[in-house]
Design a protein around this ligand. Structure first.
Ligand code: ADP
Length: 448
């Protein structure tokens, strides 16, 4: 609802000052802030000046109203005395429109009216009808000041505006220098980070070089170990074979007869030399596998034939009547691309271990085809292997403590794993102490 506050007539030059002065007073009375009072007063005096020259003057009405969303606004209507050319009005300076929230030409009861408005801050006191009445009376009573008074007021407003501009400029300068300072800080941080990054990079590069060197050294050490093993075992084989041969000759019935004690000692020499030859042969095999000198002889292998052969040769090893060797029949078609000799060697090794470390129960070999892979497993019901040693048993010469009395060298499993790798597969172990063990060979059906 519109609440009219004050009417003024704009007829002569003098009235422009009056409109401006009263405009500021009304603005102050309804609660506009100082800056806004000056703004609306300035806009008003500009429009008043233009209407005085273009339309011989106007009737000016100040009123309190609400905008479309219900907020309070101070609204000033200037109805020109003569119709505006084309019913339109455009202030000469575009800056005038920016001093207020709205400045437009509206039709009021058939007349065109220039209307401007400025929002009243929310915290301004509500204008009750009583207060509006009081305000109206006050404004009507107030004696209009002279043009000189208004000039003085304008002057002081100008000085205040200048002061504000200066303090804003100072503030800007402070902000600017703070920004520069921050910028310098950021740059310093950036440089420091870059340096640290470069430093870290250099460290990483050095570390890599060191790693490279160490792994080259390791490779060289491993190669020389294999070479050493190969040479030593090769050199040992000849004399050991000679000892065995000579011992056999000594024990031969065609030779001079030996006393019982001598025959026993020669027997010991033969069996010790036999063990030694076994060890030397295993060392040689391993050294060969490690140095990559074993080339698998690829062919179509029939697993049933391999299993049948193992069943036959290993039966002789099942000395304990409490242990049964079970070689299951592989499911047909039981063929894969592999090296028959190497594969048989691996399985024999695993079955031999199973028989060695099983007191009662069974040692079972079974084959299973899963997609493009064959899984060959050797399961026993023997002593088992503690889980923390599952990888160690694949190290050369490692034997689980307490199992050495059954003989062996600790070379069988590392050799078996080498061969399986050569055949393009894997050899894994699952076992628990006292629960038996399962060694699983997984091989690609199509070869490596
Ligand atoms: P070796 O049998 O000649 O000692 P291996 O490399 O074949 O050497 O085996 C290493 C060790 O792993 C064995 O000494 C034994 O302690 C353990 N081991 C291997 N197979 C089995 C098994 N089936 N059950 C229990 N322990 C085993």
């Amino acid at each position: 609802m519109t609440e009219p506050l004050l009417h003024l007539a704009l007829r002569v030059e003098q009235d422009i000052f009056l409109v401006r002065q009263r405009g500021r007073e009304v603005a102050a009375a309804v609660g506009l802030e100082h800056q806004d009072q000056v703004r609306i007063a300035t806009a008003l005096s500009e429009v008043a000046r233009e209407l005085l020259s273009g339309a011989d003057g106007a009737d000016v009405t100040f009123a309190l109203d609400r905008d479309a969303v219900g907020r309070r606004i101070l609204q000033v209507d200037l109805s020109p005395l003569r119709p505006l050319p084309g019913g339109r009005y455009e202030p000469k300076s575009g800056a005038v429109a920016r001093l207020v929230d709205t400045l437009q030409v509206v039709a009021v009861e058939g007349d065109t009216v220039v209307r401007m408005s400025r929002r009243v801050p929310d915290h301004a006191e509500e204008l009750t009808p009583e207060r509006a009445g009081r305000l109206r009376a006050e404004l009507a009573e107030r004696a209009p000041g002279s043009a000189l008074d208004e000039l003085a007021a304008q002057n002081s407003q100008l000085i205040a505006a200048l002061d504000e501009v200066r303090s804003q400029r100072d503030e800007l300068a402070v902000l600017n220098s703070e920004l520069q300072e921050t910028n310098r800080g950021v740059m310093a941080l950036y440089n420091q980070l870059t340096e640290e990054l470069e430093e870290t990079n250099r460290g990483v590069v050095a570390l890599y070089a060191e790693l490279e060197e160490k792994s080259a050294q390791l490779r060289a050490a491993s190669e020389s170990k294999s070479r050493f093993l190969a040479n030593v075992s090769h050199e040992l084989r000849a004399p050991v074979t000679a000892i065995i041969g000579l011992a056999r000759l000594l024990a031969d019935s065609a030779s001079d007869p030996l006393t019982g004690e001598q025959a026993r000692q020669v027997g010991l020499i033969r069996s010790s030399a036999g063990d030694l030859l076994g060890l030397v042969n295993e060392l040689l095999d391993l050294a060969k596998a490690e140095s990559g000198r074993i080339e698998p002889d690829w062919s179509e292998v029939d697993l049933r034939a391999v299993f049948g052969q193992l069943r036959g040769t290993l039966r002789a090893l099942t000395v304990r009547s409490d242990v049964e060797l079970v070689v299951e029949e592989p499911p047909a078609p039981a063929t894969l691309r592999s090296d028959e000799v190497l594969l048989a060697q691996v399985l024999r090794n695993l079955l031999h271990n199973g028989l060695k470390f099983t007191e009662r129960g069974e040692v079972r070999l079974r084959a299973e085809r899963r997609g493009e892979q064959w899984t060959l497993s050797v399961t026993d019901t023997g002593v088992g292997i503690p889980s923390e040693l599952h990888e160690r048993v694949f190290e050369e010469f490692y034997q689980v403590p307490g199992t050495t009395r059954v003989g062996g060298t600790g070379l069988g499993l590392p050799y078996a794993r080498r061969l399986v790798t050569l055949l393009g597969g894997t050899l894994e172990l699952t076992s628990e102490t006292g629960q038996g063990s399962t060694f699983t060979v997984v091989l690609p059906a199509g070869g490596a």
